[in-house]
Design a protein around this ligand. Structure first.
Ligand code: HSE
Length: 436
């Protein structure tokens, strides 16, 4: 009986999870496959699992190239993360005609065009289900299940740390930094949370989904990306008063020649399914011509959920090797030679509705001046609310909802309003998506 061997580079949290799940489910996997899938080698500098998963000592090496250069190994599982060694390991694996499974979103979003081209040249499989939304099967859904459909838009809650913080802020009425500190103490947020809270991790995942959904190469640096540092309890409460919830969304839309791809805090209707996604959970909402609306929900990170997605890819790859059908696969769901280079719309040109919050002096004529400045830029107001009366010369919050407006005009108007002497703090604005 043919044996298909795989090796894992990186015996950290996810690597340990893959080994644990594989060892626990080996018999069931063999029953599914009808051929033998074997874990041959694990490479890690530490020579052991930090999660206490034990394997025979002769299965472990500190040299990744004992896997990449092993003629018996068919599938290289890259779980070291980062963009330097990991990239070299993957490229060298393809040179040796080995298939690859990875969870490395940063690498695929920033160097995907090169990596997928190399995989294609070598006729190799690259599985990356775990790179977006952890265990949520969104890559296979877009690439396979919706292959006959036309995807119009994707809205994703794709960073568990941010969703956890926003949920706690809204439910416990504590401010951003208090919740962040608590999340760090409990291990939900990294010691250096920048990648998560500034939206970069979500943008990595959005770049991958955008390229699969619309069959286009994506230049990661063109994705507009804002995080959650500036969201206040005040804005969450005002949003809730108007039946909105604030979520950090990755948004991709197909606008024909151009596409939208952006990550930012977004007001969404309180009764939309995405608004009920709490804590560290992820969810991806897909709209298509044939499929209508689909919501995929689950754990976007963590040892075993991520391991489950990685192992699923290893099995998928093994099946293709076994049936000699690797060549029938397009790793991104489109022939690489047919991938397009659609332009990502500049954020200033994108039209949406906006929530604006100003802190202003409470005196006659202020509202007239503000609406005049908005009017000069052709910005139409849907509603305005002043919250309370000023005490002792303090400012009052003034909340404005606009109709559809191009972002450039909105920014110009807010710059002018921000410079007026009645405006006591930098104007705050968030984009609204109320037709999702
Ligand atoms: N740090 C990410 C999150 C998980 O908070 O969702 C890995 O992408």
């Amino acid at each position: 009986m043919r044996v298909i061997n795989f090796g894992i580079i990186g015996f950290g949290t996810v690597g340990s999870g893959v080994v644990k799940l594989f060892l626990e489910n080996q018999d069931e996997i063999a029953r599914r496959l009808g051929f033998k899938l074997r874990l041959k080698k694990i490479a890690d500098k530490l020579m052991k699992s930090k999660e206490g998963v034990y394997v025979p000592i002769d299965m472990i090496t500190s040299d990744a190239y004992e896997i990449i250069n092993d003629p018996e190994i068919d599938i290289v599982v890259e779980l070291v993360g980062g963009k330097t060694f990991a990239k070299q390991f993957i490229i060298d694996a393809f040179k040796n005609k080995k298939h690859v499974v990875t969870a490395n979103k940063a690498l695929l979003s920033e160097f995907g065009n090169e990596i997928f081209t190399e995989a294609d040249k070598a006729n190799c499989y690259i599985g990356f289900e775990a790179s977006v939304g952890g265990v949520i099967p969104v890559i296979k859904t877009i690439k396979e299940s919706l292959a006959g459909d036309k995807i119009e838009s994707i809205y994703g809650i794709m960073n568990g740390t941010c969703n956890y913080i926003l949920t706690k802020m809204s439910e416990e009425k504590k401010d951003f930094y208090e919740i962040l500190l608590d999340a760090q103490k409990k291990g939900y947020a990294e010691a250096d949370p920048t990648l998560d809270i500034d939206g970069i991790d979500a943008a990595h995942k959005l770049a991958i989904l955008t390229s699969l959904a619309f069959g286009t190469n994506v230049n990661f640096s063109n994705i507009h990306c804002e995080g959650i540092r500036d969201i206040t309890n005040l804005d969450m409460e005002f949003a809730a008063d108007f039946d909105y919830t604030i979520k950090l969304l990755g948004i991709a839309k197909d606008n024909g020649d151009k596409i939208q791809a952006k990550v930012h805090p977004t007001l969404i209707p309180k009764d939309h399914p995405l608004a009920s996604v709490r804590l560290e959970y992820n969810a991806i909402f897909i709209k298509g011509v044939g499929c209508g609306s689909i919501l995929l929900y689950g754990k976007g990170a963590g040892m075993m959920p991520t391991a489950s997605a990685v192992l699923g890819d290893i099995i998928d790859c093994a099946r293709h090797i076994h049936t000699n059908s690797i060549k029938t696969i397009s790793n991104r769901g489109y022939l690489e030679s047919n991938m397009q280079n659609k332009q990502i719309e500049f954020i200033d040109d994108i039209v949406s509705k906006f929530y604006i919050r100003l802190m202003v002096v409470d005196k006659p004529g202020v509202l007239a001046s503000i609406s005049g400045i908005l009017g000069e830029k052709n910005i139409s107001i849907e509603s305005v609310v002043q919250k309370g009366r000023a005490q002792n010369g303090e400012g009052v919050p003034l909340v404005i909802f606009t109709h559809d407006t191009r972002e450039k005009e909105l920014r110009e108007a807010l710059n002018k309003i921000g410079g007026m002497d009645y405006c006591l703090a930098k104007p705050v604005f968030f984009r609204i998506e109320d037709k999702i």
